[in-house]
Write a protein that binds this ligand. Structure first.
Ligand SMILES: [Zn+2]
Length: 116
């Protein structure tokens, strides 16, 4: 069985390779989703429930297809590429996990990118 990490055949290389900034953002978004999923769906470590795993895959796809370099903050971007219901879900995740990190003094994290 193929995993999400496997490059899809036929995908142009430039769409597969994220810039360092986008790679960092992808890792951060994944971290936010993990925190949310652990608290709401009782998962652990790098494991996500199927619903959050789908959201994480979607977020990574959006980042991979983001045409801007450097990428603007999502709330300042004209495209708003997240479609419902992912848009509502990612905002919920960012809000929850943003509070989680804020309580730990990590307010500098990505919450500002997603809360418009
Ligand atoms: Zn979950």
């Amino acid at each position: 069985m193929m995993t999400d990490a496997t490059p899809q055949p036929g995908t142009p290389a430039r769409e597969r390779e994220l810039s360092p900034a986008k790679t960092r953002e992808a890792a951060t978004v994944r971290r936010f989703i993990e925190v949310y999923c652990h608290k709401h769906h009782r998962t652990r470590g790098r494991t996500l429930c199927p619903e959050c795993d789908e959201l994480a895959a979607y977020a990574l796809r959006r980042l991979t297809h983001c045409p801007f370099e450097p990428k603007p903050k999502c709330k300042e971007c004209k495209v708003h590429c997240y479609q419902s219901p992912f848009r509502e879900k990612i905002r919920e995740v960012m809000k929850f996990s943003g509070m989680h990190f804020a309580r730990r003094g990590r307010i500098d994290w990505l919450i500002k990118y997603f809360l418009g």
